[in-house]
Write a protein that binds this ligand. Structure first.
Ligand SMILES: [Zn+2]
Length: 449
């Protein structure tokens, strides 16, 4: 028995255009054929017809970078300290399910505490819970000087997003443990905040260490995703053979050459910078960092324009997982930002969020492209994203999300910060010295009790 998807327009992820009036035939969750409806075989008795004859059908969207376990964190402590690890696995699940409501059928989860993303991936894949297709790493391996090792040296946290490694032997051991536990790829952090003599971000592993680590991942058939905002980290990552380089804020001609030579992909995560700099309010502590964020936005956009012009592929990953960019909300914004600011055409933007991801999922999970032999992971929209990219951000335009040809539920519970996120002891945003108090009294904002 087969399912016939009538598609008003069909964007396969392989070309520039969306063909009109196509029929996609699906058997056992896999695409068997795609033909113009006029010449397609007719459904037989018992076959099902799904009518998207007035809609735009494309591969189900995939977010190239999420932290579903971070719980839409309002503080680093929310993310890393107070919520028990078991609870973090459960909120990873609900955040994963929220992807469906945004037209997303998959994500590459790049860094989580412990093995929470792996546990959720396995629970979904084994049919215990409905959810998207996930590929994931474990904790994000870095040194004391890499993001996101934000804690003081004396503080040891076995359940952080960051897996702190302090020796090369320890780093190799961590990689082997992650491989044994079944990660899809390894996430490495190559820079943080420390500057080198040239004023750029210093890579927190030396070049020879970077090569040793990535070589070890490759020995076990695991590709590598590297967090590198600075030039030095990007160059080390590319030379050592990293597959995906995240953030990539400071691209120089040398970086372009090395990345092209390595055949690496960039994943700038514009959405996290955009949402943080645009949404953050004066009452939020992070307001003080907006000027820094705007500088990073400008540098990253300039870098992406340069990389795109040089022909380097760019992946759409949102970095969702913080309060300014919660799961299920802003994933597709990345595609819009790549189109509006980095010079990608709408078709290139849609491919950045679909088919460019296909090789990363591998042959064991053929998603991201609509072609015979691929999983029938698709999304249907009212409207034409190739003419107006805003369509993919508008949840009211969503007309169906399919995982392996099966319609999935697109309604997940609304985000409840009090029960999902707020575990840290939120206290004050300022220090109440005499001057501050006098000012508040003058403004009538302090009453006498
Ligand atoms: Zn990230």
């Amino acid at each position: 028995m087969a399912t016939f998807f009538r598609c008003g327009r069909l964007f396969t992820g392989l070309g520039e255009e969306a063909a009109r009036d196509q029929t996609m035939i699906v058997r056992d969750g896999v695409i068997a054929a795609i033909n113009p409806t006029a010449t397609a075989p007719k459904p037989a008795a018992g076959d099902t017809v799904v009518d998207h004859g007035r809609h735009f059908v494309m591969p189900g969207l995939i977010d190239g970078h999420t932290h579903l376990g971070s719980g839409n964190a309002m503080t680093e402590e929310d993310m890393d300290i107070y919520a028990p690890i078991e609870f973090r696995a459960l909120r990873t699940m609900i955040n994963a399910q929220r992807l469906f409501g945004a037209g997303y059928i998959g994500a590459i989860d790049g860094g989580c505490a412990g093995r929470v993303a792996l546990a959720v991936r396995n629970a979904i894949d084994s049919g215990m819970f409905p959810g998207p297709r996930l590929i994931c790493s474990g904790g994000f391996l870095t040194t004391r000087l890499g993001a996101p090792n934000l804690y003081p040296n004396w503080f040891k946290n076995p359940y952080s997003l960051c897996e702190l490694v302090t020796t090369m032997d320890g780093a190799i051991e961590s990689i082997r443990a992650q491989v044994k536990d079944g990660v899809d790829f390894i996430k490495l952090g190559f820079d943080g905040r420390q500057r080198n003599f040239q004023g750029g971000l210093a890579a927190c592993f030396s070049e020879s260490e970077a090569r040793r680590l990535i070589e070890e991942c490759h020995r076990f058939g695991k590709w590598v995703k590297v967090h590198a905002k600075g030039t030095e980290g990007m160059i080390y990552a590319a030379r050592a053979g990293a597959k995906v380089i995240c953030h990539a804020a400071d691209i120089t001609d040398e970086v372009v050459d090395e990345v092209l030579k390595a055949g690496a992909i960039l994943c700038p995560e514009l959405t996290i910078i955009y949402t943080f700099t645009c949404f953050t309010q004066p009452t939020d502590s992070y307001f003080d960092f907006i000027a820094y964020g705007k500088g990073e936005w400008n540098r990253t956009i300039a870098s992406m324009r340069k990389a795109h012009a040089a022909g380097i592929p760019i992946l759409a990953g949102s970095d969702s997982g913080y309060a300014c960019c919660p799961a299920g909300e802003w994933h597709a914004l990345e595609i819009k930002l790549l189109v509006d600011h980095a010079g990608l055409t709408p078709a290139q933007g849609l491919r950045a969020g679909t088919s460019l991801m296909s090789p990363l999922f591998g042959d064991g999970c053929k998603t991201g492209t609509l072609a015979p032999g691929y999983l029938a992971d698709a999304v249907a929209f009212e409207g034409d994203p190739l003419a107006d990219i805003n369509v993919i951000l508008d949840k009211s335009k969503l007309r169906g999300v399919y995982r392996g040809g099966e319609r999935v539920m697109t309604k997940a519970p609304p985000i409840n910060p009090r029960t999902e996120t707020e575990f840290s002891y939120r206290m004050w945003q300022r220090i109440y010295d005499q001057k501050t108090v006098a000012q508040l009294v003058a403004e009538n904002r302090i009453g006498v009790r």
